[in-house]
Design a protein around this ligand. Structure first.
Ligand SMILES: Cc1cc2nc3c(=O)[nH]c(=O)nc-3n(C[C@H](O)[C@H](O)[C@H](O)COP(=O)(O)OP(=O)(O)OC[C@H]3O[C@@H](n4cnc5c(N)ncnc54)[C@H](O)[C@@H]3O)c2cc1C
Length: 394
């Protein structure tokens, strides 16, 4: 057991930290998900700068614009990006699990076509998995892909597709063999979002922002070269992608929660009440102490997943434990902030009375969403119970 980072990893952390201090936009409000138009533009400009440094996808091979970073170096990167709230939301999916799926299952041609534009910060990807009747039970998806000459013709609808309205490409699951058992007849497609027959309809989220969409596919022709892996291998690729998605989502999120907590502690030290500061209240002190412990626990869960990845050992149970604990912890941290800030905590950042740029109000709403996206908490508990503890399916 050795939790120390190597000299190379420490040096990278220092370089990256210094660069982030210089380059995260000064008026960046630190919400991570660049949903509003201005944030989106700032995020895309930031990714371009990151690309000039060769830092968009550290763990990828150098020939596709990566650094061939070890899992530990990638962890350092995720921690710093999260702590500095770097605006990389537009590439998180592509870098975290779409690119790795293409690397693992793609042809040489697919890798050359799709990976360099991601590390160059030119192309945005979205994920077309969920459907109105297939979310937790994803394999129940109904979208159909029928072979026709050199193409597949795709019909169906996808829902909750984050950033579909800003994406160039989409990873899309569609049923290639309706007669096969539901997990076995699925294809994994790489679809150009400009293809005729695709309509993107906005869905406004509970923070009143257009973040996800419903996507309708009507006779969309996808060339055979757009199939990733074998025709009915889609579920296998999806499982790998979802494991990566879970560990990607939480590594930066826990550092972001730590930053929120650090700023909350500073706020409590500085805020005067009844002749003292907020810190004189034992309830506040205990809550902050409790959150500090939980964030440490969450951090070491991430380290555990990374150490398994470094040894190339299976870690889907650990990834589920980590996703479950850390996304629910984000809710607890957000709740703590809202409670300590009192009525101010409910104000949005554009109010002159908002504290800490209204971050706790925003993260209060978004943290809850993260317990659903990437597989809900209940589904993570099912995975842990069945695959981890060997309990029967109910
Ligand atoms: C912020 C956000 C972004 C998202 N982005 C994308 C995206 O880009 N692309 C994409 O494809 N999808 C995306 N999703 C969709 C997400 O993957 C689904 O919402 C999720 O898988 C749950 O599916 P559902 O919404 O259909 O809920 P359902 O599956 O209908 O679940 C409803 C409730 O029932 C519970 N439940 C369901 N089955 C079980 C069970 N077997 N045991 C116990 N409880 C169960 C669930 O936990 C949940 O509480 C996003 C979701 C969110 C919140």
């Amino acid at each position: 057991m050795d939790f120390h980072f190597s000299p190379e990893e420490k040096a990278f952390r220092q370089d990256l930290r210094a660069w982030l201090k210089e380059n995260v936009p000064p008026d960046w409000e630190g919400v991570f998900l660049e949903e509003e138009e201005k944030e989106w533009r700032q995020g895309r400009e930031f990714v371009k700068k990151l690309s000039d440094k060769g830092w968009v996808a550290p763990s990828w091979p150098k020939e596709y614009g990566g650094m061939e970073a070890s899992p530990a170096l990638q962890l350092v990167y995720n921690e710093e990006m999260g702590y500095h709230r770097a605006p990389i939301g537009s590439v998180v999916q592509a870098v975290g699990y779409i690119g790795p799926a293409i690397l693992a299952f793609g042809t040489e041609e697919q890798k050359k076509q799709h990976l360099p534009p991601i590390t160059a910060g030119e192309i945005v990807w979205c994920q077309g998995f969920s459907e109105p009747e297939a979310g937790s039970d994803l394999a129940a998806l109904q979208t159909r892909a029928v072979k026709d000459g050199d193409d597949y013709v795709i019909n169906g609808t996808k829902i909750w597709t984050s950033n579909a309205h800003r994406s160039d490409w989409c990873i899309l699951l569609a049923r290639t063999d309706p007669a096969a058992p539901k997990h076995k007849g699925i294809g994994f497609f790489l679809v150009d979002m400009k293809s005729p027959g695709i309509t993107v309809q906005p869905i406004i989220n509970m923070a009143n922002v257009h973040s996800f969409n419903q996507v309708f596919l009507e006779d969309v022709r996808v060339p055979k070269s757009g199939l990733l892996g074998q025709e009915n291998q889609g579920w296998f690729i999806t499982i790998m992608a979802l494991d990566f998605e879970r560990s990607t989502l939480v590594a930066a999120a826990i550092s972001m929660a730590k930053r929120n907590l650090d700023e909350l502690i500073d706020y409590c030290k500085e805020t005067k009440v009844n002749g003292g500061t907020l810190l004189d209240n034992p309830l506040v002190r205990h809550k902050l102490a409790e959150m500090t412990i939980e964030i440490e626990v969450g951090k070491y869960m991430v380290y555990r997943v990374v150490s398994l990845q470094a040894r190339q050992e299976p870690g889907s149970i650990e990834a589920a434990v980590c996703k479950l604990y850390n996304t629910e912890l984000d809710v607890r941290v957000a709740n703590t902030g809202i409670q300590i800030l009192g009525l101010y905590g409910q104000l949005q950042r554009d109010s002159k009375w908002a504290q800490l740029m209204g971050r706790f109000q925003k993260s209060y709403m978004y943290a809850l969403a993260m317990t659903v996206g990437g597989g809900s908490s209940e589904i993570q508990r099912n995975i842990i119970a069945m695959r981890g503890l060997g309990l029967p399916r109910r």
